[in-house]
Design a protein around this ligand. Structure first.
Ligand SMILES: NC(=O)c1ccc[n+]([C@@H]2O[C@H](COP(=O)([O-])OP(=O)(O)OC[C@H]3O[C@@H](n4cnc5c(N)ncnc54)[C@H](O)[C@@H]3O)[C@@H](O)[C@H]2O)c1
Length: 325
């Protein structure tokens, strides 16, 4: 395929707004479909870029989306109701966007003879690891314990069960929990939230400090999507990849300890929690070996980045609801 045209669905979001910038830097022609649930300000600096087209559209609008997709070769679906609290607040909306519209998007991509369909899934699909001494990998059992994770597993199952002769080859990317500062800020994710609260001098309440999760910077998540776009179909076709680094698994306690290295006087209270549905340490060998993907960021540096932003005073109110999904 000559330089493909790439459509980022959900391209104004936390991850999408970083991914779109990286693609434009690599001279790709890029389209964004987004309903701007959180506004479109994340695109202010690039909206006028000659290689970018922006479509304010709901992915549930089949006719309009069909026409847009017909102009692109590769579709990346990031659009969703994201995170457990947001999904639990609006379960019907969540199912219609995260499952029905996502499946429809793939059908439209196949109908329009797109070459690749990249689906943003999550390591939350692993739920709780059976053996806390081991790491889960792409072949481990999926235990989706929240509505959010259930919707992601459902779409993965649909995509991976499609006819292997289809023109449009699906790939499922299970992202680690994201962190880092970008054009759209989210302070409702563990590393960002803990660091922000502690940098603002608040006392932090930590529930279940012993539970593990992998974390990945938004810059690296975007790089992993591009690695998937650029890899030959024989590697990415009907494949699942965990996105992150095996070294970047942390307990909540470890994140607090990392913040304390920068801010020795922080106040933290631990709340005993014996059971947490999300407790998983993830192995990322597959993406490293098959896509030659290595992260360039890590949590300790991400924490420094967030502390610097909060201390700079650039954000007039870091607690503003607009920074939460
Ligand atoms: N952020 C994380 O930690 C994380 C971890 C694992 C997986 N993911 C997945 O990555 C993707 C992106 O996550 P994010 O953190 O950037 O989320 P986000 O909420 O910042 O971005 C999602 C974007 O999708 C758009 N959108 C929502 N519904 C839409 C609709 N009906 N039509 C058109 N656009 C719509 C929103 O306006 C938003 O801009 C999601 O699919 C999420 O499930 C994220």
């Amino acid at each position: 395929m000559k330089q493909p045209k790439i459509l980022i669905v959900g391209g104004a979001g936390y991850i999408g707004s970083v991914l779109v910038r990286q693609l434009l830097k690599k001279n790709y022609k890029v389209g964004i479909v987004d309903i701007f649930r959180f506004g479109g300000e994340s695109l202010l600096e690039i909206y006028n870029h000659p290689n970018l087209d922006i479509f304010k559209e709901d992915i549930r609008n089949t006719d309009k989306i069909d026409k847009i997709i017909s102009k692109y070769n590769i579709i990346v679906n990031l659009a969703a109701i994201v995170g457990d609290p947001a999904c639990n607040r609006e379960p019907d909306l969540t199912r219609s966007i995260n499952v029905d519209a996502a499946i429809n998007l793939y059908k439209l991509s196949e109908k329009n003879k797109c070459k690749k369909f990249i689906f943003a899934s999550t390591c939350s699909n692993y739920g709780k690891m059976k053996n806390s001494k081991l790491y889960v990998s792409e072949t481990s059992d999926l235990v989706p314990l929240s509505l959010y994770a259930q919707t992601k597993v459902e779409v993965e199952k649909y995509l991976l069960s499609q006819n292997r002769n289809n023109i449009c080859h699906p790939t499922c990317l299970r992202f680690s929990t994201a962190y880092g500062i970008g054009p759209k800020i989210r302070f409702d994710l563990t590393v960002n939230e803990f660091t922000k609260d502690l940098a603002m001098g608040k006392e932090l309440l930590v529930y279940g400090e012993q539970f593990w999760r992998p974390y990945c910077h938004i810059v690296d998540i975007a790089r992993a999507v591009i690695a998937t776009i650029e890899a030959p179909n024989k590697i990415t076709s009907f494949a699942v990849f965990n996105v992150g680094s095996t070294k970047e698994n942390y307990t909540k306690q470890m994140i607090v300890d990392e913040v304390r290295k920068n801010l020795p006087k922080i106040k933290v209270k631990y709340v005993l929690q014996v059971d947490d549905p999300r407790d998983y340490r993830v192995n990322f060998d597959k993406i490293k070996k098959q896509l030659k993907f290595k992260t360039i960021k890590n949590v300790p540096n991400g924490i420094k980045e967030i502390i610097k932003l909060i201390k700079s005073g650039i954000l007039s109110n870091p607690d503003d609801e607009k920074y939460k999904n």
